[in-house]
Ligand binder design. Structure first.
Ligand code: SF4
Length: 318
């Protein structure tokens, strides 16, 4: 069972987490605002809600978080170089019960004012919260920035195999719901990011995990050409998240995180498939001791993947 709690002692005027990444778009700022935790909470290997609150966080506090975010000296120093912002609350930014609409507008306004070269603004959400009128409004507001900014909608898909995704992992996402959502996004030619996890549950072999990612790549590639929209797979090699069912399996010796060499093998399948891939190499500080997918001696592989992330050049993976 899940045993992780919430981070109720966190200062509600400060974001939950921020970090920088280098993606194909350039310098990327990842922002996790501190809100009421994800209301789904059923995904068996996820402890993201443990960084969030069990109580509602109102728009005044969220606006203070945004003020504090944009007062950060590291962000201000690099503000002209930031090309992409990913906005998250470790759940669904478009779920108005957890993330205030006023705060979302305020975030956009400050981002337009302070990040003059922003090319992509990405919002994390479950597909059921996507409302076309809201997306139209957000995209219009983004166009008012100093440079044109594309809107990207990022959703968790986690595993391609239906049984693993819905019966084992408990994602609650059918292909029908996903494709209906893609149809909405495609109408406006927004970008699409899909989070996948390599080896998200216990009970599957390393080879099955590689095959699942390869099938996910083929599926997203077909989606990109069928709906004619830019698609990115955000691949999270699974780490053992504290306080989850996966941690219990790990402690019983029934689960090991995927090897980075296997992640590279899966990613190579995307060459020539018309989608981009970003491999996450950060466990957000949420891994159980010894439960990371980065092992001693992996430095070279990490470097290769970082180069790949910012260039999409497959020769780094050879
Ligand atoms: S994976 Fe996403 S939807 Fe599932 S419980 Fe975690 S935060 Fe919620």
């Amino acid at each position: 069972m899940k045993t992780h709690g919430y981070n109720n002692n966190h200062d509600e005027t400060k974001p939950a987490q921020i970090w920088f990444e280098n993606s194909q778009e350039g310098l990327t700022l990842f922002v996790v605002l501190y809100t009421l935790a994800c209301r789904w909470q059923k995904c068996v290997s996820c402890n993201l809600p443990s960084l969030c609150s069990s109580r509602h966080i109102g728009f005044e506090s969220l606006m203070k978080q945004i003020d504090n975010l944009y007062a950060d000296s590291e962000i201000l120093r690099q503000r002209e170089e930031i090309k992409k912002v990913i906005l998250s609350n470790n759940g669904s930014v478009l779920d108005e019960k957890t993330f205030s609409s006023t705060a979302l507008m305020y975030f956009l306004a400050k981002t337009n004012m302070l990040l003059p070269n922003l090319a992509v603004f990405s919002l994390e959400t479950r597909p059921e919260f996507v409302d076309v009128a809201e997306l139209e409004f957000l995209s219009r507001a983004l166009k008012e920035g100093k440079t044109p900014t594309d809107l990207e909608i990022a959703v968790g898909f986690e595993a391609f195999n239906d049984r693993i995704r819905n019966e084992v992992f408990n994602k609650g996402l059918t292909l029908k719901v996903f494709e209906d959502f893609v149809e909405k996004v495609a109408k406006y030619h927004y970008r699409l990011k899909c989070y996948f996890m390599q080896k998200p549950v216990a009970g599957i072999s390393d080879e099955e995990a590689i095959q699942d990612i390869k099938k996910g790549i083929d599926y997203l590639s077909a989606i990109a050409s069928r709906f004619n929209l830019p698609v990115n797979m955000h691949l999270n090699p699974t780490f053992v998240a504290r306080g989850t069912f996966l941690e219990e399996a790990f402690l019983r010796g029934e689960y090991q995180p995927p090897k980075l060499a296997d992640v590279i093998q899966a990613v190579k399948h995307a060459q020539g498939k018309g989608i981009s891939i970003y491999v996450s190499l950060f466990d957000e500080g949420l891994a159980s001791p010894g439960g990371s997918f980065i092992r001693q001696g992996d430095e070279e592989l990490v470097k290769k993947l970082e180069e790949f992330n910012s260039t999409q050049d497959f020769s780094f993976l050879n």
